[in-house]
Ligand binder design. Structure first.
Ligand code: ATP
Ligand code: MG
Length: 555
């Protein structure tokens, strides 16, 4: 039986996997997701997670989670925990125990000794500046380091001393002996190990030397029997080093060792994605934290009301290629709307309320109306709502005089239907000292509940409302694009390009059963958009606007 999936669009990585299975090079596939725990995961990581875990699922292979924790300076267990939570929330399970590159520190060291013993690595004492000078340029070959010919024995002694902390930070490094005139700069005797005295979050002060990414990554892949090591395009040249290292180590010099394939990273409009820049937004208090609902982090999107299903769907929609591009936010938001439209129960909320008094409705009377929880899905049942003499409607839904024929809201002597309830007609209104409308007086047509007026009057507009005596006060956080520019990350002062309207807070009302609303669960406030209860400020009713009902950004 073939383990190749047939229902997924093929891409160059799937072609490669199919070829490797057909040729018998591999009998099953193994991928990995290798985050560095130096920040929270963002939507770009989600692309990589969906790719790696998705391939493993589709091909009945496996995917493991490995923390690529070889740089003690910037890493932290807070990030380790958040990454685990985010991967799980996205709906994926890693195979076996979580791996840490730091678990392999003794192995990396043994492989470094192997390279020295093969005369393929040496300890180099050039300063950083000298090293740069010796490296040459793209147009000009580099020069051999004067330490290149140190004897094997001497190099073994020097590396042991480096490990024992006998040299200071930056005094020397271990380098691979490859080719100082290679066309690939990364092959000009790259550094394999450097000295760092920082305390590591997993291994404490045990190690004084730390392997470089290029050395640790390929070996970690090989130790874990990864078959297809997927990374983003900026590592294209590093693939030569990846291959060189594995080809020169006895344990891994075999045809079925891991191979690296590069795909284009996700860049999303109106946001930044580099962890350094996201970290800066947090550190400078330009956002409320890594999980600020405006952040492109998984935890921010989640708090905003994104669902895991919509992010997985988005990742399918954008596909995998080798072309670098900016992805339109609309693709992400469309995937989100498509998902929320099917799952979100409907309710009504008034974001900027004004009062309506129905003058011909009896005082001290309240009636219970019913409305479907979802117009296309009866199985979601019905909800109760209330109607009485006093209601709230949105300020934007009333004007004294309709500005034109297209105006489908309430105006003096212009009828509208209240959603799920009656037709009303406005008669007069009150304003406050500043001229702002506070109360609208209206009459209702008692014969119009769920029916058109019997005399054939056409009612074109429908507006939403919340009955006043049972209404619950709520805070609404209305979000917009975090930046005013499509590609803010390119700008040196990207932090000055924050959209001042990216967060607008209003105070309004919601239906009484929203007291039971659960954090992160999607609701559609009819006519207003999709919202979810905030997952942090849970003592109050705080609703985050997830996305509008339609794309209004370009209008
Ligand atoms: P950043 O540049 O944001 O710091 P990174 O590449 O340094 O990201 P890692 O933690 O090393 O972050 O990334 C883990 C995995 O996620 C890597 O395999 C990396 O290629 C992938 N990845 C990171 N950013 C993106 C992105 N924007 N699109 C697709 N994959 C990404
Ligand atoms: Mg990285």
């Amino acid at each position: 039986m073939s383990i190749k999936p047939t229902d997924k669009p093929i891409n160059f990585i799937r072609h490669q996997i199919n070829d490797d299975l057909d040729s018998g090079l591999h009998h099953s596939i193994q991928t990995r997701f290798p985050p560095e725990p130096n920040g929270y995961l963002h939507i770009g990581h989600a692309k990589s997670i969906c790719l790696n875990f998705g391939l493993a699922q589709d091909y009945h292979g496996s995917c493991n989670l490995r923390f690529d924790d070889t740089n003690p300076a910037k890493e932290d267990v807070e990030f380790v925990e958040s990454i685990k939570a985010d991967v799980k929330w996205l709906g994926f399970e890693w195979q076996g125990e979580i791996q840490y590159s730091s678990n392999y520190f003794p192995k990396f060291y043994a492989y470094a000794l192997e390279l020295i013993n093969k005369n393929l690595a040496y300890v180099c004492f050039l300063t950083a500046e000298q090293t740069r000078e010796y490296r040459g340029t793209l147009k000009q070959a580099g020069k051999d380091s004067p330490y290149r010919d140190t004897s094997i024995e001497e190099n073994l002694t020097l590396l042991t001393k480096m490990k024992a902390g006998k040299f200071s930070e930056g005094e020397c490094v271990l380098r691979a002996k490859i080719d100082m005139s290679s066309n690939f700069m990364c092959m000009r005797d790259p550094t394999l190990y450097r000295i760092r005295f920082d305390k590591h979050h997993q291994t404490g002060n045990e190690w004084r030397i730390y392997p470089m990414y290029d050395f640790a990554h390929c070996i970690s892949d090989a130790i874990e029997n990864v078959t297809h090591s997927l990374c983003t395009l900026e590592f294209q040249n590093n693939r030569h080093l990846y291959d060189w290292i594995l080809d020169h180590l006895e344990d891994f010099n075999r045809p079925n060792r891991p191979h690296q394939y590069e795909f284009s990273r996700l860049n999303l409009e109106y946001t930044v994605m580099s962890k350094r820049q996201l970290q800066q937004l947090v550190a400078d208090n330009l956002v409320s934290g890594w999980d600020d609902p405006r952040m492109p982090t998984i935890s921010g999107l989640r708090r905003r009301g994104y669902t895991a299903a919509s992010i997985r769907d988005f990742s399918d929609r954008i596909g995998i290629s080798k072309v670098d591009s900016m992805t339109d936010m609309q693709i992400l938001e469309d995937a989100l709307r498509d998902n929320l439209n099917t799952i979100a129960p409907r309710t009504m909320g008034v974001i900027d309320p004004i009062r309506v008094i129905i003058e011909n409705y009896p005082e001290n009377s309240i009636e219970i109306l019913q409305a479907p929880a979802h117009p296309q899905n009866e199985a979601m049942g019905k909800r109760e709502l209330f109607f009485s003499r006093e209601l709230f409607i949105d300020r934007a839904d009333f004007q004294e005089v309709a500005p034109n024929k297209k105006f489908k809201r309430l105006a003096i002597n212009k009828e509208v239907r209240l959603r799920n309830a009656y037709v009303i007609n406005a008669t007069t209104f009150d304003t406050d000292f500043d001229g702002n409308i506070t109360t609208v007086y209206a009459t209702y047509d008692a014969t119009t509940l769920g029916k058109n007026p019997a005399d054939g009057r056409k009612i074109k507009g429908v507006i939403h409302f919340v009955e006043a005596t049972k209404a619950l006060k709520a805070e609404f956080r209305l979000y917009d694009r975090l930046f005013t520019l499509e590609n803010p990350g390119k700008n040196d002062h990207f932090e000055q390009l924050i959209n001042p309207d990216s967060l607008v807070v209003t105070y309004g009302v919601v239906e009484p059963d929203m007291i039971n609303s659960e954090p992160e669960k999607a609701y559609q406030f009819e006519r207003e958009g999709y919202f979810c209860r905030d997952n942090k400020d849970i003592d109050k009713l705080v609703f985050n606007k997830t996305v509008s009902l339609r794309d209004t950004w370009n209008n």
